[in-house]
Design a protein around this ligand. Sequence first.
Ligand code: HAM
Length: 436
Amino acid sequence: MSISIPQLPKGTRDFYPEAERIQNYIFDTWRSTAESFAYEEYEGPMFEHLELYTGKSGEEIVSQLYNFKDKGDREIALRPEMTPTLARLVIQKARELKKPFKWFSMPRLFRYEKAQKGRLREFFQLNMDIIGTESIYAEADLMAAIATMLRKFGLKDGEFAIGVSSRKLLATYLEEISAPNPALVYPVLDRRLKIGPEAFAKALADAGLSEDQVKKLDDFMSCKSIEEVKTKVHSENATAALQEIEDLFATLTAAGYGECVNLDLSIVRGLAYYTGIVFEVFDKGKSMRAIAGGGRYDSLTEKLGGERIPGVGFGMGDVVLADLLAEHNLLPSPKQSVDFYIASFTNDMKKVFETAQTFRSASTGKSFSVAHPLAAMKMGKQLDQANYQGAKIVVYVDGSKAAEGEFEYKDMRTGEMFVGNVNAIVERLNTEVKKA
Ligand code: HAM
């Protein structure tokens, strides 16, 4: 009888060290950018009471939940997004937390959706949120952080775009054209570009809109500039919503991010809690799924039973981002790289361990990575290992000068041999050299 080999669950990934190295590069860039904008890191549990999501986040998320009953008969869900957890954290300490505050997190999330390019069932998502202010400069701060981060990854302005829309503006337009059932209409508007014009018109007709209303909405969502929108909306609320977008764009332009943002009223966002500005980040030409999405949610804490505390934020997944960076050749080498490999002609393992320790603690600020053989082996094999592990310098513990505290060593980047003490070797490591 043959035993079948265990399979990787659909939509999940294994991270062998080479893949994990790339993941860590993404996490490091996320974290360092968030910290450079003075966001503080937080975490929550990977599962929550199902109740936190049902009915609050909108159908999109609820239909994609991994949920189960635990042994205490409680309805539990693996977290599909971080925003409800964040809202819970905020409600619990509403009084103590000094507002406004800026937080970030890099949770592992789970969604029971069809696994496809850019969408998996388990993924990581950077979340950056600002809680406790209604100011549009919070949106500006988040968008500046997104643009800074994508530039740090090596993308150029023009290779990505933050498309901005406004739920407030859309709501006032729906009112102006007297469209019924906004709750039914938003999910359709969100799918407009995905489903094509015919299905769009049919779905809106099913929601009770007339042909004229459908045409008006379609025209409205195709507007490319604030000037164009101004010819279509007239109410006081709409003017205020437009003014907000103008302020946002002017601020971002002043800070050098003008090329990174544009008006895109086709963006609606599937989640039900958004109340103001909504935005999505796409690659040039929108050939991939969204890299990031977010928006303002001023009544989420209230909907969850707390007091009203405004918030705004976004989520950026690792999957589309890594695809995009790979397409632009911007991912680092996945190969291992260590600073030193300690080798021995005589297989003197005690000396090897001792010297490895000397180099690990010789660090000046940065700590060095040090590898060595784990069993007696020929020098050729040791050098093979050193090469495979990407060692920059091989130190021979038992060369002719060992008695005087000096080591023979080889700079693997140039192939040159030297003799020197620990300080000289460390100095050599820190010298920029061209690979031979
Ligand atoms: P979301 O649009 O559902 O928003 O997700 C944001 C980003 O997470 C997407 O643009 C995408 O990069 C990534 N993402 C979503 N689903 C998947 C998936 N199945 N596989 C891989 N990546 C995925 C939210 O989650 C909001 N809670 C974001 C937010 C934070 N709004 C305010 N604060």
